[in-house]
Design a protein around this ligand. Structure first.
Ligand SMILES: Cc1cc2nc3c(=O)[nH]c(=O)nc-3n(C[C@H](O)[C@H](O)[C@H](O)COP(=O)(O)OP(=O)(O)OC[C@H]3O[C@@H](n4cnc5c(N)ncnc54)[C@H](O)[C@@H]3O)c2cc1C
Length: 803
């Protein structure tokens, strides 16, 4: 009979590949007092029926490094543990059946080269030579990744489990965790079907059960299961054991060889959420019923791509549930709701490929107490509590599953579970032609369509909406533009020790007179950006912190975890209490003077200061500041008065050339002005010197703020990378961000964001250059930008426009 220890330093819930990899990596870090509890048998949840495709490429450098690490581990694990993993480096071929897909694949190839992943371009004939069963006459080409492969998910997981045990971890089966013991706001233990275990930390690796298991402790893990399919055929002539994995995203399908036959599955555009609540704990080694109607679009595509399937005997249509998240990325990190509670789940049908790396990252996070790098894309703190709504999750899951292979047009917006979070001006802006995008559930106007105009089709080139956005930009630069930025995160920190807490967290000096605004980084111990915020001192012991629309949860977590036990400081998320209307441009002050009796002239009111003013019948807090460069005001308006203030401004605005403007204009203008954005230019792996933001630091403010030591230590070292502005040579070349930058013909970095600049008459962009290119001054250095496989010319600038 199994005996349960009374204590373990860390309890892992779930014995799928994520749990076993977490146990393996914790033990490898010397954190061996680990107890993994599995309600059934190891692998019995989703892991046992995965197809086992393992690819290296992820959308960004950090995630690609993570998956490459996983592959190295899978390739060497058998030698460590003596248990085979089924890993086979058969390579993979991704094919393009449309010209646009071929352009996207070429961008993927350029990024692969930039990230150090071996890749080769193939013509249709070469695709056919590598995979003879494929129909290639309608293909534009393919990419060959020799380092990709496949593994046997069960064998791999058992090998990780053995490795974990060999290093000292305990893995027990047949024990369900039924509750979490919480003491003094921290995890203190778990309740199980065999009794209690005290512990200091817990990792929720419960796969599709992770949401309902999270609820037991008040932790939001927004994921939802969907039915997910593949077929397995008998032997097929022409299919050999060395056949690469094949992905045909235009058909939404993939293939791998198995025992001389084909496994063919895919990601249908409209998926089928598995609406069962709660998921039973005895759903072990079980599958769902066949659904050929749901599989039909994939089968049709496969019959086209591999005509041999028409006669191949299909042994089974496998339907197993897998969990998907609202943005298609997995969920990692310490939950903001509960200290000591970690999550590693929600793998969106890439859990075999990602768990090797994810297990290592969560282990490093837990042992080190901080995210070990820029994990913002997968960080659990990107989700607010509202994302746990089950109807929204189910609707979104029907959409996100298909995103795996869907054409991701630039500026693509998800359509499901919207609109949800709206400003009081939403309907009014909609009536004025607003085309909304969604950020963190907030509806935000991207741009405004002229009356009667239809939304232009998506494109990889110059977008059809650009002329409208240029008009908004022009209004901003030459007259005045009005942006609804109500989605900003707004936090209030108050208490006797509020100043001391903020001084420790901020690299700038926030000990300023009341009414003063300070734009400042908040750094981690490595000197990287945890956030960049604007702090407004409201009183000696009260500060408003304004942050990005998607940052409120993350920043709240960062701040509260740094308030000492005996410090008197309380943080509240007050985002929903006020709207922000930004009035930007040379006519902003005269327009404001028209609707306010207060003296709003620059003489009375300096930049980076806020004042309470009358505006129409309302009282608003107006801050003289600008994110887009040039004069401007951010008006913080009580929510219930936002409509009134908007009507006052638009009523008076016609005389001053006022125009509604959206986030596309705002973003392009801030790039033109060289302003950085968190999540694009700023993140936990970039420090202020690399980002060209040393001017925000107050190293001599007399407080040892977090990150200061790391900045001082880095001071004498060569920069790892450097942020630059780029201006495209050719006005017809349209860049979107994410494109590799070539210096002397070799990859040296990527664009982080891009937009159209009326000032340059071309696209402008920001981006980091690494290595040697980061060590020199750039004032007009010619570079290449790999744009969909074609190199276009640009110039790199430390400062643009040159002074
Ligand atoms: C048809 C299909 C094809 C796939 N193909 C691929 C592929 O080719 N490549 C790829 O990378 N991925 C693929 N996947 C995805 C992959 O299978 C999953 O992402 C991965 O297995 C998830 O692993 P996990 O450990 O998070 O979850 P699971 O394997 O489900 O493990 C979670 C475990 O937690 C246990 N548990 C839950 N609650 C409790 C509790 N309260 N107490 C104790 N134990 C509990 C469960 O019993 C379960 O065993 C595929 C998935 C499907 C369905």
């Amino acid at each position: 009979m199994t005996t349960l220890p009374s204590h373990a330093r860390t309890v892992i819930v779930g014995g799928g590949i994520a749990g076993c990899s977490t146990a393996y990596h914790l033990a490898r870090l010397g954190h061996t007092d680990v107890l993994l509890l599995e309600q059934g048998r190891l692998t019995c949840g989703t892991t046992w029926h995965a197809a086992g495709l393992v690819g290296q490429m992820r959308p960004n450098r950090t995630m690609t490094l993570m998956s490459r690490y996983g592959i190295e581990l899978y390739a060497t694990l058998e030698a460590q543990t003596g248990l085979a993993t089924g890993w086979k480096q058969c390579g993979s071929v991704n094919v393009a059946a449309t010209p646009e897909r071929w352009m996207v694949l070429q961008k993927q190839a350029a990024l692969a080269r930039s990230f150090g992943v071996e890749v080769h371009r193939l013509g249709p004939q070469e695709v056919g030579e590598r995979v003879p069963v494929l129909r290639t006459d309608d293909l534009h080409g393919g990419l060959w990744f020799p380092g990709d492969g496949k593994a046997n998910p069960t064998d791999l997981t058992m090998s990780l489990a053995k490795g974990a045990r060999q290093q000292g971890a305990t893995l027990l089966e047949g024990i369900e965790v039924t509750g979490v013991i919480i003491e003094r706001g921290r995890v203190a233990g778990v309740r199980t079907t065999l009794g209690e275990v005290r512990c200091e930390t817990l990792v929720n690796c419960a796969g599709q059960w992770a949401r309902q298991f999270g609820r037991l402790a008040g932790v939001n893990v927004p994921l939802f299961p969907a039915e997910h399919f593949y077929i397995v055929t008998d032997r097929v002539p022409g299919v050999t054991p060395d056949m690469p994995v094949v992905r045909d995203p235009d058909g939404f399908i993939y293939y791998k060889e198995e025992v001389g036959g084909l496994v063919m599955g895919g990601f249908e555009p409209v998926a089928k959420p598995w609406r069962v609540d709660p998921i039973p704990s005895d759903f072990q080694f079980q599958l769902l019923g066949e659904d050929w109607a749901q599989f039909e679009p994939l089968m049709t595509a496969a019959l086209h791509r591999t005509p041999c399937l028409a006669t191949a005997p299909v042994k089974m249509l496998l339907n197993g549930p897998e969990s998907f998240t609202p943005d298609g990325n997995f969920i990692l990190g310490e939950a903001p709701e509960l200290r000591g509670y970690y999550v590693c789940a929600g793998f969106n049908s890439a859990g075999i490929a990602n768990s090797g790396g994810a297990g290592r990252l969560i282990a490093e996070w837990l042992v080190g107490g901080e995210a070990p790098g820029d994990l913002a894309d997968v960080d659990i703190r990107r989700f607010g509590g509202f994302t746990g709504n089950r109807r929204a999750l189910a609707e979104r899951t029907a959409e996100t599953l298909g995103l795996h292979y869907a054409m991701r047009w630039p500026r693509h917006e998800l359509a499901s579970a919207r609109p949800l979070r709206t400003s009081p001006l939403y309907d009014r802006l909609l009536a004025r032609g607003a085309e909304f995008g969604s950020k963190n559930g907030w509806e935000r106007a991207n741009f405004f369509k002229p009356p009667g105009a239809a939304l232009p089709p998506p494109t990889l080139g110059r977008p059809g909406w650009l002329d409208w956005v240029i008009e908004e930009q022009r209004a901003n630069r030459e007259a005045v533009a009005l942006y609804d930025q109500s989605s900003f995160g707004k936090l209030l920190l108050q208490g006797r020790d509020a100043l001391a807490v903020l001084q420790r967290l901020c690299a700038g000096d926030v000990d300023v007179p009341v009414g003063r605004l300070v734009y400042t980084p908040m750094l981690n111990a490595r000197g990287g950006f945890e956030s960049d915020v604007t702090v407004l001192r409201l009183a000696a012991d009260r500060f408003q912190i304004i942050t990005g629309s998607a940052q409120a949860v993350r920043d709240s977590d960062w701040i509260t975890r740094h308030i000492g036990e005996h410090e008197h400081a309380v943080l509240s998320d007050v985002s929903a209490l006020s709207c922000v209307l930004s009035l930007m441009g040379p006519n902003a002050a005269v327009l404001l003077a028209r609707v306010s009796p207060d003296d709003v002239s620059p003489a009375a009111w300096k930049f980076s200061h806020a004042l309470e003013i009358d505006l129409g019948l309302a009282r608003v807090r107006a801050a003289r500041m600008s994110y887009v460069g040039g004069p401007g005001f951010e008006l913080h308006v009580p929510v219930e008065m936002a409509r009134h203030v908007y009507l006052e401004l638009t009523g008076a605005g016609a005389d001053f050339g006022l125009r509604d403007a959206g986030y596309f204009a705002l973003d392009a203008l801030r790039i033109e002005a060289g302003r950085r954005a968190w999540g694009a230019e700023l993140g936990p792996d970039e420090n202020p010197s690399e980002a060209g933001m040393a001017w925000t630091l107050r190293l001599d403010k007399g407080v040892d703020f977090i990150g200061r030591d790391a900045l001082l230590a880095a001071g004498g070292q060569p920069r790892r990378k450097k942020l630059l502005s780029f201006v495209l040579d050719d006005p017809a070349a349209y860049v979107w961000g994410g494109e590799p930058v070539l210096v002397g013909g070799s990859p040296a970095g990527e664009l982080s964001s891009a937009g159209w600049s009326p000032k340059a008459g071309a696209c402008v962009a920001l981006g980091y250059l690494r290595g040697d290119a980061a060590q020199v001054v750039h004032q007009g250095t010619p570079v290449g930008i790999d744009l969909w496989g074609r190199v276009v010319g640009a110039r790199a600038w430390d400062t643009w426009p040159p002074r």
